[in-house]
Write a protein that binds this ligand. Structure first.
Ligand code: 2AM
Ligand code: CA
Length: 264
C-alpha cells in the first residue's frame, strides 16, 4: 500500500469536502430527514460528501473498499485488502442544530490493521491525522497529551447522555468522582479530546464502525486503552460500545464500577 500517496490524496479530499460542506451551509438549501427517529438525522450534505469520497476512491484506488454510513452499497462486514471507513458527517445533529461540533472521520485499514486516520473538525479548520508509526498530529504539530496518566479524581470524562441519565454500570457515579463530565455529541471529536489529553476518558454505547475507526487507530498509536465497555477487544467493523481512556482511568472505571456492577 502506497501510504504517502494515500495520505496526500486523503488530505486533499478532506479539505475539498470541508469546502463543499461550508458552501452548503452558506447556501442553506440542504435537506434534512429522519432515519430511525427525530434524534437520528441525515442531510443531503452527508450524502453528497459520501458520494464525493466514493467517486474519488473508485477513480484513484479501484481495488479499495469503502465502508460508510449513508449508502448500503458502502457497507462491508469483513476487511479485505485496503478498506476506507468513512463518516461523511459525524455529529449530524450538531451540524443541523449548531452548524458546529461536527467532523469528517476517516480510518484506512490494510486487512484488519489500521494504517492511516483523519478527523477533520470543519468549523475549527483542524485536521487530526495519523500515519501509524509516525505519531498523531493536529494541524501538523505532533500531539503531546496534556495529562499523561491521571487518576480518576484528576480526570475529565466524556460520556453520552444515555449512560449518565441511567447511571449505566454506575458510570454516572464515576463521573461524580472525576473532576467533571462533558458531553459533545460527536463521537469522533470526543475521541479526539482524549487523544490530545483535553479529556482522559470517553465512554459511549452503540457506536458504528465509521464513528470510531479513526479514533481507534490514533488511540492504538498513542498506547491509550481502547476497548468495549466490558474491556474486550474491538473489531472496528462491528457496532458496539466504546471506552477509550488513559491507563489508570480505564483501569479504575473497569475495576471500581463496570466489573463490580456486573458481579453484583
Ligand atoms: P452521527 O452523527 O454520525 O449519527 C452522538 O452522541 C454521537 O453518536 C455521534 O457521533 C453520532 O454519529 C453517534 N451515533 C451513532 N449511532 C447513532 C444513532 N443511532 N443515533 C444518534 N447518534 C448516533
Ligand atoms: Ca454520520
Amino acid at each position: 500500500m502506497n501510504t504517502k500517496e494515500i495520505d496526500r490524496l486523503a488530505r486533499e479530499w478532506l479539505l475539498e469536502a470541508g469546502a463543499i460542506i461550508k458552501q452548503e451551509v452558506a447556501e442553506c438549501k440542504y435537506q434534512i430527514s429522519e432515519k430511525t427517529g427525530p434524534s437520528d438525522l441525515v442531510t443531503s450534505v452527508d450524502k453528497k460528501i459520501e458520494k464525493f469520497f466514493a467517486k474519488k476512491i473508485a477513480e484513484f484506488f479501484p481495488t479499495h473498499q469503502l465502508v460508510a454510513e449513508e449508502d448500503d452499497a458502502h457497507k462491508f462486514s469483513t476487511f479485505k485488502g485496503v478498506t476506507w471507513i468513512l463518516d461523511p458527517i459525524d455529529g449530524t445533529l450538531n451540524f443541523v442544530q449548531q452548524q458546529a461540533n461536527y467532523a469528517i472521520s476517516l480510518g484506512i485499514f490494510e486487512e484488519n490493521h489500521g494504517q492511516l486516520a483523519y478527523v477533520f473538525d470543519v468549523e475549527r479548520g483542524s485536521v487530526y491525522s495519523c500515519i501509524v508509526g509516525e505519531g498523531v498530529f493536529v494541524d501538523n504539530v505532533k500531539v503531546e497529551r496534556l495529562r499523561v496518566d491521571p487518576s480518576l479524581e484528576e480526570s475529565l470524562l466524556i460520556m453520552n447522555f444515555g449512560i449518565i441519565a441511567s447511571n449505566y454500570l454506575n458510570l454516572a457515579d464515576a463521573g461524580r468522582r472525576a473532576r467533571a463530565v462533558r458531553l459533545y455529541g460527536v463521537a469522533s471529536l470526543e475521541m479526539m479530546a482524549v487523544i490530545v489529553g483535553q479529556a482522559d476518558g470517553y465512554i459511549s454505547r452503540s457506536l458504528m464502525p465509521w464513528d470510531i475507526a479513526a479514533g481507534y487507530i490514533m488511540a492504538k498509536e498513542l498506547n491509550l486503552e481502547v476497548t468495549r465497555i466490558d474491556g474486550s477487544e474491538i473489531n472496528v467493523l462491528e457496532t458496539g460500545s466504546l471506552m477509550i481512556a488513559s491507563k489508570e482511568v480505564h483501569q479504575t472505571l473497569s475495576t471500581d464500577y463496570i466489573k463490580k456492577t456486573e458481579i453484583n
